[in-house]
Design a protein. Structure first.
Lengths: 239, 278
């Protein structure tokens, strides 16, 4: 499912977090939102998720206008920087959460949920950890669980907020590879926020560079490097 | 640095410990022991007679009813207020936090007088209430109002720091996973605060049952009708009925001990849980 953002603006008390941002992301595309802190990239991602409400502008998923749709009805998967796993639930219960809160008529049977959880654990390469608690896992394992949890309801759009930000370099590389593989396997439209340009260029099909609440350039890594659209982009990528 | 600070000379440490223990012994344990001693001095038979006396039974029943109404009210309010304050920003938030603390800084006598002024025979709403044959002051509603007022802050104050530290991330995760607000509360928020909540409810209950000042003002001291346990103790004492007074008081002291034990048990559980989360 494609994403279309039209002239979205959002202010936080005094400064504009987003200033008339428009973007179009194709179905199945993998896009990075890259920029310095305060550029509005996380705000944009949270607006896509429905966790922030824009003051003006519209957001479309495919042909559906979701601007006024609450987060719980958008059908997206969201991965948080600090995992946000449910500490009082096991890994299996965390992953099954999205399925277990579905209306009774749509909810899969207990055995079907169990099967799906096992499948997802295999997908994120954590088989056999289903009865552990999040506190018993490493950071990398926790983020894999968070990814599996976000994928449980088979969302067509996956949003990731600095998913590797809290992890060390080695784990980060492993997880990057896993994410790219899963993205290709499931064909889900993925948008991730990062301030690490090497990560953005290595992982994404296209990169949107944000600064002060505006998109400076949206293009492939090669195109950005060959033809930086603005002075800011030129300086930002040569840093 | 910390290790060095702990290396006070042995003599100093011994003196400090002795002072602390003596203080706790004289100021806390001795009075508590005295209550139990006085209650049982003339034998368990008299103790039982005192607490099974109709007026005493009525006081016990009234105390339980007042607590059974006011503790749930303040639990619901406390959770709602703590949720709003810790998870959202809104105008007037600082004022709400200050207001929640108000009952702690107001003398209980004043808390009681407020309700007499509002609902008493000469109070603002007194004539209207009289016309409609509704009695608030010198009756159960007044006792409940005064108790609710005094025990207002316990649950909220316990939860606000806890929920602020926990932040909103888990709730947001639940929302993006398709859970409704109510389900998110039941399955994510409530389990995360359960020990803090129990702890707050426990303290709220202990105060609700033990409250004297505010309740004394609105009660009217009608024996067997509007006297709660603390008020009944005072009445018995003023009648020079010391054994009976201490017998009923021993039940309140027992309540304190049970609260203390449960509180320690919860703190122990709760700490282990908080550490596991890191």
């Amino acid at each position: 499912m494609g994403i279309r953002i039209e002239r979205v603006s959002k202010r936080f008390s005094d400064y504009p977090a987003l200033d008339g941002v428009s973007l179009e992301i194709a179905a199945g595309e993998f896009v990075a939102l890259l920029g310095p802190s305060g550029s509005g990239k996380t705000t944009l991602l949270r607006i896509l998720a429905g966790l922030e409400i824009p003051e003006s502008g519209r957001v479309y998923f495919g042909d559906r206008d979701v601007t006024d749709t609450p987060a719980s009805k958008r059908g997206i998967g969201f991965v948080f920087q600090h995992y946000a796993l449910f500490g009082h639930m096991t890994v299996a219960q965390n992953i099954a959460f999205g399925l277990s809160v579905m209306p009774r008529r749509q909810r899969p049977s207990a055995s079907e949920i169990k099967r799906r959880v096992e499948h997802l654990l295999a997908l994120v390469q954590l088989p056999g950890l289903d009865s552990r608690y999040p506190s018993q896992l490493s950071g990398g394992q926790r983020q894999r669980v968070a990814l599996a949890r976000a994928l449980a309801r088979e969302p067509e759009i996956l949003l990731l907020d600095e998913p590797f930000g809290a992890l060390d370099a080695k784990v980060r590389r492993e997880l990057r590879g896993a994410l790219r593989t899963i993205h290709e396997e499931l064909g889900v439209t993925s948008v991730f926020v990062t301030h690490d340009q090497e990560e953005a260029f290595a992982l994404a099909d296209r990169v949107a560079i944000l600064n002060l609440g505006k998109v400076e350039q949206l293009a492939t890594a090669d195109a950005i490097k060959a033809h930086p659209a603005t002075d800011f982009v030129r300086e930002f990528i040569t840093e | 640095m910390r290790a060095a600070a702990l290396k006070a000379p042995l003599g100093t440490r011994a003196v400090l410990m002795l002072v602390a223990l003596t203080y706790v012994g004289v100021m806390l344990l001795l009075p508590l022991g005295a209550v139990l001693f006085e209650a049982l001095r003339k034998g368990i038979g008299l103790w039982w007679a005192a607490i099974s006396d109709p007026d005493a039974r009525s006081a016990i029943r009234l105390t339980l009813i007042v607590a059974a109404i006011s503790v749930p009210l303040n639990t619901v309010f406390g959770v709602a207020a703590a949720w709003a304050i810790s998870k959202y920003n809104f105008p007037g938030k600082g004022l709400l936090v200050a207001l929640i603390e108000l009952p702690f800084s107001v003398s209980p006598v004043v808390s009681g007088l407020v309700f007499v002024m509002l609902f008493g025979a000469n109070g603002w709403f007194g004539p209207w209430l009289e016309d409609h044959d509704i009695q608030i002051v010198f009756a159960l509603p007044g006792l409940v109002l005064a108790t609710v007022f005094v025990t207002f802050p316990y649950v909220a104050r316990q939860l606000i720091p806890l929920m602020t530290v926990q932040g909103r991330a888990e709730e947001e995760a639940a929302l993006t996973l398709g859970a409704s607000g109510w389900r998110t509360f039941l399955r994510v928020t409530l389990p995360n605060i359960r020990f803090g909540l129990l702890y707050g409810v426990l303290l709220c209950n202990a105060r609700a049952m033990g409250e004297f000042g505010a309740v004394s003002v609105v009660s009217g001291h009608i024996r067997g009708e509007t006297n709660t346990m603390p008020l009944h103790v005072e009445v018995l004492y003023n009648d020079y009925n010391f054994v009976a007074a201490f017998s009923v008081a021993s039940l309140l002291a027992l309540l304190a001990l049970v609260t203390l034990a449960l509180k320690s048990a919860l703190e122990w559980r709760y700490r282990a849980e908080l550490e596991a989360r890191r």
